[in-house]
Each structure stands twice: as structure tokens, then as C-alpha cells.
Design a protein around this ligand. Sequence first.
Ligand code: ADP
Length: 446
Amino acid sequence: MFQRILVANRGEIALRIIRTCHELGIETVAVYSEADRNASYLELADESYCIGGNSSAESYLMINRIISAAEVGNVQAIHPGYGFLAENSHFAEVCRSCNIEFIGPPHEAMKQLGDKVTARKIARDAKVHTVPGSEGLIEDEAEALRVAEEIGYPVLVKATAGGGGKGMRVARNDISLKSCLSSAAAEAEKAFNNAGVYLEKYIENPRHIEVQILADQHGNAVHLWERDCSLQRRHQKLVEETPAPDLPNAVREDICKAAIRLVKSSGYANAGTVEFLVDSQFQFYFIEVNARIQVEHPVSEQVTGIDLIEQQLRVAAGEELGLSQRNVPCNGSSIEVRINAEDPANDFRGSPGTITGMKVPGGRGIRFDSHIHVGYRIPPFYDSLIGKLIVHRPTRAESIRCMKRALEEFRIEGIHTTIPLLQQIFNHTAFVEGRVDTGFIERELL
Ligand code: ADP
């Protein structure tokens, strides 16, 4: 096992990783931007280094500075967390060429799966259903019109390098398809330096169900069941839960097996998530692989009792998975809500600033993963996620009651948060009855 690792991230996930390292007796080196200089979680690391200015482009995305910090800090491995460089295969390759292990998949697998058109091909070869759409990249308008005619409108133009919902456009006829093609390509070029786009059938109001997997470097892989992440705003998840409500058992088994097949055929190792869309007939379609730990990983930890960060470290250190599918239980129900510093009453405008008062809920079944505290100043430069509130109870009904009670107790003063919207969700009959889909929030609540 590693003795010392560097955490190339910030905020809640940096703290989350540092905590598991402490439990395992692994020393940690943290890095931070100027804006995060006073973050209190840095005190929990054994060492920390400033790697640059406020923006992520000047700090958390600076590969050379992170590698320098890793060398000065004398670490054996780097954990990238999520976001920033977590799915950058070049970074993974640079780490390994500097003899620093990258705590994530092999860079070849990351590169292939990170390209969605290639990932779709890998899925098809592994006999996993993909959303009907173009075979590969769309070369020209004529091809797009032909594919759209074949699969039928509405269609979704998606960026092959996509992430965070960028470079994605719904087209409902030929005219809009033409303009969506160029605007999606332009947005993708700007965001990812890659203008490649492809077409998928646009599935109306699907559910988003994903499977957590863990694979080692010796060919073993297990799944940690599914998560339902259908509650989204602008394709960004807000509430995640496991098990997925009302998913027939046979479908659940099939979807988990499909995820394992895909992962095994792609030379993958470490933690990852295989994402699917599920239609109203419970037909599921692969959409993408997230080759990293995800924000919503805690719900899977709660029901399985497995520490995913610990497993990531063990696998990266070359250990065999000490788990077989039989000993991955799914006990009870777990739900996570994302608390973002945003104002839901004001078009979700970011709400950075100083937390002047705070009361965090506690009691049975509650976990709060966060780096915030009274006096903490939320910088305006990064993602607005400031904490994740997770409940774990024997049944979904009890988890919902627990979450409602916890959200009522929660006080965060000085900034706006998504808590009022989350309360609306937990009071909504359709959600309580498990009738969720990706259009729910925009249709029912906004
Ligand atoms: P990104 O990597 O940009 O987050 P994903 O492919 O993971 O993009 O899709 C994000 C979300 O967008 C999904 O959870 C779903 O809500 C929506 N989405 C993606 N593909 C489709 C599709 N073919 N039909 C309907 N909705 C889709």
C-alpha cells in the first residue's frame, strides 16, 4: 500500500480522500489555489503546497505544478478526485511516466472511454445496448439528416468529448438539426478543444440509472449496484439514490451485468461508473462511462458498507479486489442531496460569500460530506457544490422521512443554497411515490 499520496483536488472531495487516508495510515499532501489558501481542510493534510492563482486554469488544471508538488512532497501516487484532471488521460500518463501512480484507470482505457463515440462502439461490441444513433462522428449535414430520418425526431446532438452537459442540443426537425449541429460543435470546440459530434435518439423523460463498478488490475470486477440520478436540472444531478425506486429485479440484474461486461471488455481498472438511460418500458441504453470516483459515490458506500476511496487506493497499489460479487450487499436505502451555493429563486445564480451561521443536522442515519464551516468564504471560481447530505435507512420511505427532517434542521446563513428546492422535492407526491425522470424538476418545480 502507498505510504504517502497527493490529493489533486479541493473542497469536499479533497477532505473525503484525506479522511480515508488518515484511517489507513497514509500521509497526504494537499495542493491549493490562492483562493483556497485559508481552507481549513488543508490543516488535516500532512503538507500542502500552493499551486497557483484563483482560476482552475491557473491552479488545479496545471499539470506541471501538480507534478512538481508531488515530487517535492515525495508521494507515491496522486488521487485526482472528480472534475479538474480526473478524466484527463494525458495527466494520468504524465503521472505514470514520472513514476507516480495515478489513482484511476489505465490511461489507455480512460482515453478510449472518454471519447463517447469510441465508448459506444466498445459497448456495442460487449453486447450492451446503446441509444440508437449515428455509428460514429457526424461528418456533414447530409449525414446528420440521413441518421435523423432513420431514427426519427427528436434527436440529440452530443459532443464526443462531452461532459457537464456541454455541446448537447435537442433537435425536433431538419431545420433545427442544422443549427444544432453547428452550435453544438462550436460549444464543444470551445469547451473541449474537440468539435466532434454524434447523434442519439432523444429519449423523452427517461430515468438516469448508473452502475458503480470496481475492477482491479488482475481482471476481477464487481458492481456495487445501481444509483438512480434522474433528478437533474439542466442535465446536472441534484438528488441521487440507491436502490433505484421500482426497478424490476430482473432489469436491475441485467443492467449491473451489462456494466460489468462493458468494463471487462475495455481493460478498465479502479472505480468507475457506467451510465444508462432507462425508458418507460425499462429498456436501458448505455450513454457513457465516468472513469473516476463520482460525487454521488456515498450512497453506494452506505448500502454496501464498502469505502470506495479505500478500494481505489488498494487497486491502484496493485492489490487484488478482496471482494466477490456475493459479498457486496445492498442494505436498506440511501439518498444523497447536493447542497449547492446557488439561489434557486433567482435562476440558480451562484451565491458565493461567507457563511455567517450554520447548523448541521445529525442523528440516526445522517452523513454530511462537506468542507464548509462558519466563517468559511465560498470562492466564486469553482463548482458551486458545498456539501452532500446523505441519509441511510432501512427503507426508501424512512430515508425520505429522515431527509425531510434533516433538511428542516439545516441552517446555512450568509449565502443562498439549494436547500429550499430540495425540500420541495421531498414534499412532492410524485417523488415520494418514486415516479421520477430527468424532466421532473423542470416540469414540476421550476
Ligand atoms: P455529460 O457527459 O455532458 O454529462 P451524458 O451523456 O452523461 O452527458 O448525459 C447527461 C444527461 O443528459 C443524462 O443524464 C440525461 O438526462 C441527458 N441525456 C443524455 N443523452 C440523452 C438522450 N439520448 N436522450 C435523452 N436525454 C439524454
